[in-house]
Design a protein around this ligand. Structure first.
Ligand code: HEC
Length: 155
């Protein structure tokens, strides 16, 4: 006959300790299981955040096309239809020289114009929000579009 050992307090303690370890172990797994869902949520939120500015750019684009494009050109490169008749020529707004200027500097030029050039001041013609909207649009033209200007040679 084998004696059945009653579980001692020590056994009970270790068992509890084990259970605790197990439940700790379970935690990361639960976390890992919900990770795809969390990524999906994060993606969704970033998607919304990324989608917002492009809607905001609509206004800036309309203003740009109406008031700026004749001189600065469709893509901001300074090659609008009026450009050949101006001295100095409208510069390239997507150049490093312009794009490294701060918002404050560019907004000042947009509001007050540029002395001794054809660049008019817009403070009386456009409300502040519109000047900011057109600057946001300029910044969007500067941004790297992701498509290479020259396609790679065929293999
Ligand atoms: C009549 C032509 C003309 C029109 C219209 C015009 N610009 Fe200009 N713009 C110029 C010229 C010329 C300059 C001076 C050369 C340069 O810096 O590009 C200039 C300069 C600028 C600069 C300063 C660039 C720098 O590096 O300092 C900004 C910004 C600018 N224009 C934005 C605009 C915006 C925005 C509009 C429309 C709301 C506009 N321009 C309309 C001709 C024009």
């Amino acid at each position: 006959m084998t004696a059945v050992k009653e579980p001692s307090a020590a056994d009970f303690l270790t068992h509890r300790a084990c259970r605790q370890i197990h439940s700790f172990r379970r935690f990361p797994r639960a976390f890992a299981n919900s990770l795809p869902l969390m990524l999906l949520l994060v993606n969704g939120v970033t998607g919304v955040l990324l989608a917002q500015p492009s809607e905001g750019l609509q206004r800036g684009q309309t203003i740009y096309r109406e008031h700026c494009m004749d001189c600065h050109g469709t893509t901001g490169k300074g090659d609008g239809p009026k450009a050949p008749f101006l001295s100095p020529r409208p510069g390239n707004l997507i150049s490093a020289a312009t794009s490294t200027k701060t918002d404050k500097e560019l907004l000042r030029t947009i509001a007050q114009g540029k002395p001794r050039t054809a660049m008019p001041g817009w403070k009386d013609a456009l409300p502040d929000e519109d000047q900011q909207a057109v600057l946001r649009y300029l910044r969007s033209l500067i941004q790297f579009s992701g498509s290479p200007a020259v396609s790679p040679p065929p293999p």
